[in-house]
Design a protein around this ligand. Structure first.
Ligand code: SAM
Length: 224
């Protein structure tokens, strides 16, 4: 991807003021977010806000996550470039793009066909070719493509979905997801070693709800 569109300065400032200043120090994440044109992933009406320190609406009551949250959750996956990654909740496709620059293969599932199509179009236009987008219920994972070295869920789950746990690679698979009730959650980081799953509770967050078999029955939203 080439440098230097008219938002480059806003992007550089986003990286310094929102990411580096809050302790994100993975050079690959900082460089990815300095390069990826976040404004391409949001609707025209909010394009001028694309580099603000906030989530933004992307239509159908869904959101593109705050830049810091994208960086922070990516850092929790500890990617070295060789991994197969599953993302649940493609949304705008921006987090997907970041993962494409940090890992070898990205599989992303979005339940909303309109969002999935738009994200797929933007990613293709920008030249990302190591990603496959699926339309469906990502709360059950992607059994046909499993296992994954890393899994990221970008919608809040009432509990850790069992199928996702099983689709993590047995040797060092890791997952990050928001878990809690529909108003308030915390991030959980899960590490698998054989048939042991170590679960660590991290930051308080507020995400739109995961729907589907292992999600919440309803969808109300206004958040990350
Ligand atoms: N990371 C995304 C970005 O950067 O734009 C933001 C994702 S948004 C906060 C959460 C997304 O999860 C929404 O697009 C929503 O439709 C999707 N979602 C909710 N439940 C889902 C499910 N069961 N399977 C797949 N996607 C789901």
């Amino acid at each position: 991807m080439k440098d230097g569109d008219s938002f480059q300065q806003a992007r550089d400032e986003m990286v310094i003021q929102q990411l580096t200043a809050r302790g994100i120090d993975d050079i690959n994440i900082l460089e990815a977010m300095r390069l990826i044109p976040r404004h391409e992933f949001v609707p025209n009406e909010v394009r001028h806000l694309a580099y603000r320190d906030t989530p933004l609406p992307i239509g159908d009551s869904q959101t593109i996550s705050q830049p810091y949250i994208v960086a922070h959750m990516s850092a929790m996956l500890n990617l070295n470039g060789s991994e197969r990654v599953l993302e649940v909740g493609t949304g705008s496709g921006y987090q997907t793009a970041v993962l494409c620059l940090l890992a070898a293969e990205v599989y992303s599932v979005e339940v909303n066909p309109r969002l999935a199509e738009r994200a797929g179009d933007v990613l293709a236009e920008l030249g990302f070719d190591n990603v496959e987008i699926y339309v469906g219920d990502g709360s059950v994972g992607l059994p046909d493509m499993a296992t994954f070295d890393a899994i990221i869920v970008t919608a809040a789950a009432p509990a850790l979905p069992n199928p996702l746990r099983g689709q993590l690679s047995e040797s060092g698979g890791r997952m990050v997801l928001p878990v809690g009730d529909e108003r308030r959650q915390h991030l959980e980081v899960i590490r698998r070693s054989g048939n042991r799953w170590q679960i660590e509770e991290a930051d308080a967050v507020r995400f739109v709800p995961l729907v589907g078999r292992y999600g919440y029955p309803s969808t109300t939203t206004d958040l990350m």
